[in-house]
Ligand binder design. Sequence first.
Ligand SMILES: [Zn+2]
Ligand SMILES: [Zn+2]
Length: 131
Amino acid sequence: MTEKKLRRSRQRERILELLRRTEQHPTAAWLYDNLRDEFPRLSLGTVYRNLGILVESGKVRKLDSGSTFDRFEINRGDHVHFVCRSCGRIFDLDVPETEEFQRAVLKQTGNRVTGHRIELYGECEQCRASA
Ligand SMILES: [Zn+2]
Ligand SMILES: [Zn+2]
């Protein structure tokens, strides 16, 4: 492996590590801020490129949030997201899966659900406490 390639794969490893360690669903800019000390020659574009490769390989999932910046997370399979409208944080909700809902969909419409993407919006616990 060339030195350049080695550096690229080191950067990807570190991006994965950061994503594994955080419960936030960070933007590329957040990742960049956390890696620029370690990799002085890193650019935001490189972070995006690395994220693109990781998304393609299925290790990372991109959350399209419409007009706002894309967020990224380790691919943990289907789960429910809570988006706080006050502070903008996105986090995973550890709530029971939606089997009952899926059964209802099958029964009422004949369509079988094989995956889901659920985003709930509201005010998080922290924001509620400080209101
Ligand atoms: Zn909040
Ligand atoms: Zn998530």
